[in-house]
Write a protein that binds this ligand. Structure first.
Ligand code: ADP
Ligand code: SF4
Length: 700
């Protein structure tokens, strides 16, 4: 198939300073939790994107010096020549698949607590560092020698990027990560010298850094400037008009403008809070300020939206981080005339949680993300089957769908049996919850692929028993029967059931997802799960006009959503729609008309009116079938059954991303050579030991 001519414009080359990208698909810099610790894993991940057709593939922000160290977060480093081989490996991998390689130089300035280096952070002004954990670290105001040193380090790092053979590099002044942004900002910069005050003065450091970088490497490398077009905080922050003045002032200096919202949580909003192309109002018109190409993001997954961005003169290059994570082959699928095969990002920010937990990136839609090197997984391809085995997958939730799809891709004959009429498991109902519609893409993509796979048959309304399974004659059985929510309050904080008085009404999320509703009167949601379910159900019930209190032992609603950068938005939304958030409290007893709350610090108790209590605490695996089959293990051989494997929530309830990953793992490992107990499940890169003795002799 060839591409729809409507999309031709996306495949036009674009000149960026001294280099030319083959198309308009531009993977903007994005963190990945691998960085300096896992450079080869990162090289493989970026190479796959290049293979998937992205014209430009960038690294994440790369630290240029120990004075700008944002540990404990794991990014690449470009501190010295020692780092060049790792950086070069990534560029080489990107080049080998035909894309331009970009390296985002970054000195994080007042964002960097310097926990590793213990250097004193610096910025325009004496102020506490603007770091995620509110570290008790202050930055000092830079003097002229510091500015000179910073320019020197930036230049040196650009030269190392050139030696590592990158095509494009950055001066970073965005998202409150790039240190130059603190100089641009009126709230952070109260200097009275030529680097503070007027817009021209506040731009001076950024201007010098761009000029230095162009001077150092601009003959062969493009120099981009990543800048914030709004901080979404009104006059106090860098706002739209001011950003336009800044860009207008520096208009022709960089070879490319890379536009972001600040801070990161505004730039990478989730689908619960923002639609595709939500940055459009902020980037429209920027192109009129400069003749240089402009790249912007917007969780673009629709080629029509991308075309509109270019045709309407809003963007020259279609920037993507998350859409390229969810589907590294997005450009190729458009090019090959099969956009319906795009695995669209669902906007859940599980990818961001990898960076925030300092662990390798993961993605709900793309289970191979972060596994390209260490497990050898590929987002599209999987090795052909080794045997003629027939596989029965039971349960069509995220785990079962992924397993069936990928086993089908390997060529196995697969039957997917689902108890209900609906395919999608937990997502059948969860996608109807407020703000979660886009999560349904997890199901839609897999069903679309399964429909095209002749060797996968789907059986709805097929609740299977052990008897059924043993009668069918499959070689392998995969149990993906999911989980159900507990009703007894047992969870993270309480390991024993909460006493419930006779006549008290207790519900769980499964009841609400099935369409049941509390009777009239106040509702208490006890959220000891801390991810989205408690907050979303509070929103659902409040929007239906009920009086809702969200009780949590945590300090805030949906506290784990700090990791997806949504917590503050969840909290704001709940407060705006009238949900009472009751922090630091446990529900310790439920009576007919009230619950007893206990303070997590003092243990002091108090009653709170509640006609219905909804327990959002933990789930239990739905493992009846697995246990029944295990009990009949002696009959397996006669039934021709070689293995029964439990995956996804049926093994241990977790995120949708974990369930999808579990399905993929099964498909990857079926018929693979057995792994010994001592074999590690994946490759790892171990730091080379430094030569030489330890500094102190024993007894010194
Ligand atoms: P996961 O997240 O692990 O994929 P889900 O809870 O989303 O799990 O999906 C599990 C699916 O399994 C549900 O659609 C459920 O109806 C189905 N299921 C549960 N038990 C059986 C069974 N015995 N036979 C067939 N399907 C089942
Ligand atoms: Fe998109 Fe979620 Fe994957 Fe991130 S984890 S790329 S937001 S689907």
């Amino acid at each position: 198939m060839s591409r729809d001519p409507r999309y031709d414009i996306l495949f036009e080359p674009v000149r960026i300073g001294p280099v030319t990208t083959k198309n308009r698909f531009y993977q903007v810099p994005h963190c990945n939790g691998m960085g300096y610790r896992d450079p080869t894993a990162q090289a493989a991940m970026r190479a796959i994107k290049a293979d998937g057709g992205w014209g430009v593939v960038c690294t994440e922000q790369v630290e240029i010096h120990p004075t700008g160290d944002i540990g404990p977060f794991i990014e690449l480093r470009n501190w010295s020549d020692q780092d060049v081989p790792a950086l070069a490996r990534i560029a080489e991998a990107i080049h080998a698949r035909g894309a331009l390689a970009g390296l985002q130089l970054a000195h994080n300035g007042m964002n960097a607590p310097n926990l590793t280096s213990r250097e004193i952070p610096f910025g325009p002004t004496d102020l506490p560092v603007f770091s995620i954990f509110n570290d008790p670290v202050q930055a000092r105001a830079m003097d002229k020698a510091d500015i000179k040193a910073l320019r020197h380090w930036h230049r040196a790092a650009a030269l190392r990027a050139k030696r590592a053979e990158y095509d494009l590099t950055y001066v970073y002044a965005g998202k409150l990560f790039g240190g130059a942004m603190f100089f641009l900002s009126r709230r952070f910069n109260d200097r009275t010298d030529e680097y503070g005050g007027s817009l021209e003065n506040r731009c001076r450091l950024l201007k010098e850094l761009i000029e230095d970088t162009k001077d150092a490497v601009g003959d062969t490398m493009a120099v981009a400037c990543r800048i914030s077009v709004d901080e979404l905080m009104g006059e106090e922050g860098i706002h739209a008009a001011e950003a336009r003045d800044i860009i207008g002032h520096l208009a022709e200096l960089p070879d490319l403008w890379d536009l972001t919202l600040s801070s990161w949580d505004n730039d990478s909003q989730t689908s619960r809070f923002a639609e595709e192309a939500y940055q459009e109002p902020f980037v429209t018109g920027i192109k009129r300020l400069t003749t240089k190409p402009v790249v912007g993001v917007g969780r673009f997954t629709s080629p029509d939206t991308m075309v509109r961005m270019v045709r309407q003169g809003i963007l020259d290059l279609i920037g993507a981080a998350r859409p390229s994570i969810a589907d590294p082959y997005l450009p190729k699928k458009i090019e090959e005339g099969r956009p319906e095969d795009i695995r669209e990002c669902i906007g859940c920010n599980i990818c961001v949680s990898g960076d925030h937990t300092m662990s390798p990136i993961r993605c709900t839609q793309n289970p191979s993300m972060g596994e390209e090197w260490r497990r050898g997984w590929h987002p599209e391809a999987i090795r052909a089957r080794e045997t003629e085995a027939k596989v029965l997958v039971i349960g069509a939730g995220p785990a079962g769908l992924e397993a069936a799809m990928m086993l089908g891709r390997r060529g196995y004959e697969v039957a997917l049996a689902e108890a209900t009429r609906h395919l999608g498991g937990r997502l059948v109902a969860e996608r109807r919850l407020p703000g979660l519609a886009a999560w349904g893409r997890v199901v839609d993509y897999r069903l679309g692929q399964i429909e095209k796979t002749a060797n996968v048959s789907v059986y709805r309304e097929s609740p299977l028993s052990a008897e059924d399974v043993l009668g069918f004659g499959f070689d392998h059985v995969v149990i993906a029967t999911g989980a159900r929510w507990r009703r007894d309050g047992v969870g993270r904080r309480l390991q024993k059931p909460i006493p419930v008085a006779p006549g008290a009404r207790v519900m769980n999320p499964d009841d609400l997802l099935a369409g049941l509703r509390p009777e009239s009167g106040p509702v208490v949601i006890f959220d000891d799960d801390h991810y989205y379910m408690g907050g979303v159900l509070a929103e659902l019930l409040a929007r239906e006009g009920r009086e809702v209190a969200l009780v949590t032992p945590s300090g805030e609603a949906s506290s784990w959503m700090e990791m997806t950068m949504e917590q503050h938005r969840v909290q704001a939304r709940l407060l705006e729609i009238g949900v009472t958030i009751v922090p630091h409290r446990l529900v310790t007893a439920v009576a007919a008309d009230h619950v007893t709350l206990a303070c997590v610090y003092t243990g002091r108790t108090e009653p709170r009116p509640a006609a219905t209590t909804v327990m959002v605490t933990a789930r239990l695996p739905e493992n009846v079938l697995a246990k029944a089959l295990e009990a009949r293990r002696p009959e397996w051989a006669d039934a021709g059954l070689a293995s029964v494997t439990v995956i996804g929530d049926a093994l241990a309830p977790g995120t949708i991303a974990a369930a999808v990953w579990s399905g993929r793992r099964y498909a990857e490992e079926l018929d693979a050579p057995p792994r010994g107990l001592d074999d590690l499940p994946f490759l790892r890169e171990v730091a080379e030991l430094a030569a030489g003795p330890l500094p102190w002799r024993a007894g010194a």
